[in-house]
Design a protein around this ligand. Structure first.
Ligand SMILES: [Zn+2]
Length: 286
């Protein structure tokens, strides 16, 4: 399959996050906005940093490493990726490739997996943005077929109506910005946890806490209010994790960070544990 890659694929799509003008991406090491000369450098790994100052996200390099291993080596989200890919219909226009933006992509594993599917003979060209530099550094070192940028999801560095698909997977949504970024016939795909997401983990870690239960009602309501023709597809499955995978999961999920230490230690001793993935895929047209 033909792979598309790199900043040049998206060269004509960038927008200066400071003044909103288009950008010249052809000059190699940096992107320069055409109106006021605002300059953003490309790192040696190829990503672009669009932030003028770093933002503390609470997610560090160790978390992204764990998430990358859990997704890559344990195939923890494979059934979810297949379900999302089944729901994405490529645009009917003649072009061979279509564009996907992953908003809040973290270390990039979801986007990379979704760009690996064949979409009725068409190929997805992926761009991922995240506030976390650690996440984008990891993404750009690991995945060379997509374009990565450190950027504010609320002020994405792309011109209007550039993307066929915008993804928001376990990540906050900015609907005004999603509408701006999507093409007229573009599709928004959001993944939110459901009641039983990591239920085994919740119930093991919290013997008496509101964190034992979870509802996505508010997130679903916001999506429905903001997105036309919305659909909801539930995906539910369980995966058996070995000891190493349990450690990765504990490292990557905020659920575990504030849990009682003795419960976390007990779970770390286990040689295997089953974990449920229970999510809603919400999708709709612009
Ligand atoms: Zn500018």
């Amino acid at each position: 399959m033909k792979r598309t890659t790199d900043v040049s694929q998206f060269a004509s799509m960038f927008r200066c996050p400071l003044c909103g003008s288009s950008m010249d991406a052809d000059s190699g090491k940096s992107l320069i906005c055409t109106e006021r000369g605002h300059t953003f450098d490309r790192s040696r790994h190829g990503y672009v940093n669009f932030l003028t100052k770093p933002v503390k996200t609470g997610y560090d390099a160790g978390l992204f490493e764990a998430r990358s291993r859990l997704i890559g080596e344990c195939e923890f989200f494979d059934p979810l990726h297949h379900a999302i890919a089944d729901l994405i219909s490529p645009p009917k226009s003649g072009q061979e490739t279509f564009t996907i933006l992953d908003s809040g992509c973290g270390e990039g594993s979801h986007l990379n997996a979704l760009c690996g599917f064949d979409y009725a003979g068409k190929t997805a060209a992926g761009a991922g943005i995240d506030l976390s530099k650690d996440g984008i550094v990891k993404a750009s070192k690991t995945y060379k077929d997509q374009m990565w940028a450190v950027a504010d999801v609320a002020r994405a560095p792309f011109l209007d109506h550039q993307f066929d698909v915008v993804l928001s997977i376990f990540s906050p949504s900015n609907y005004a910005e999603f509408h701006r970024l999507l093409k007229d016939d573009g599709m928004l795909v959001k993944v939110v946890p459901r009641r039983d997401y990591l239920i085994e983990l919740r119930q093991f870690l919290y013997t008496d806490s509101p964190r034992r239960t979870y509802s996505n009602a508010a997130a679903v309501e916001r999506f429905t209010a903001n997105v036309g023709n919305s659909r909801r597809v539930r995906v539910r499955y369980a995966k058996m994790l070995n000891r190493q995978a349990i450690h990765w999961l504990l490292k990557m999920t905020p659920l575990a960070w504030s849990a009682p230490e003795e419960r976390v230690s007990l779970l770390k001793e286990m040689t295997s544990a089953e974990m449920t993935v229970d999510v809603d895929i919400l999708m709709g047209m612009r």
